[in-house]
Write a protein that binds this ligand. Structure first.
Ligand code: HEM
Length: 57
C-alpha cells in the first residue's frame, strides 16, 4: 500500500480510480495476478479505503 500511495502521488483522480478498482477488481498494474472484485465493500467504504491508502507513507 506504501508503493500504491507512492505510485499515485500527485494524481488527483487516483482516489476515485482506486475506489472503483477496489469494488470492480482488475489487473495489469502490479504484476500478472489480478485482484478479484470486492463488491462486499460499499462505494462509500471503498472511497474511504482508497483515500486512506493514498495517505500511507
Ligand atoms: C477491501 C479489500 C481490498 C482493498 C482495499 C484492496 C486494495 C487494492 C489497491 C488499492 C490496489 C492497487 C490497484 C492499482 O494500483 O491499480 C490493489 C491491487 C491488487 N490487489 Fe487488492 N485490495 C483488496 C482486496 C484484495 C484481495 C482479497 C486480493 C486477492 C485475493 C487482492 C489482490 C490484489 C492484486 C493481485 C492486486 C494487483 C492488481 C494489478 O496488478 O492491477 N486484493 N488492491
Amino acid at each position: 500500500m506504501k508503493e500504491v500511495a507512492a505510485k499515485y502521488k500527485g494524481d488527483g483522480s487516483a482516489a476515485e480510480m482506486l475506489a472503483k478498482k477496489i469494488r470492480a477488481g482488475g489487473g495489469g498494474v502490479w504484476g500478472q495476478m489480478a485482484m478479484p472484485p470486492q463488491l462486499q465493500v460499499t462505494e462509500a467504504d471503498a472511497k474511504t479505503l482508497a483515500e486512506y491508502i493514498l495517505t500511507i507513507n
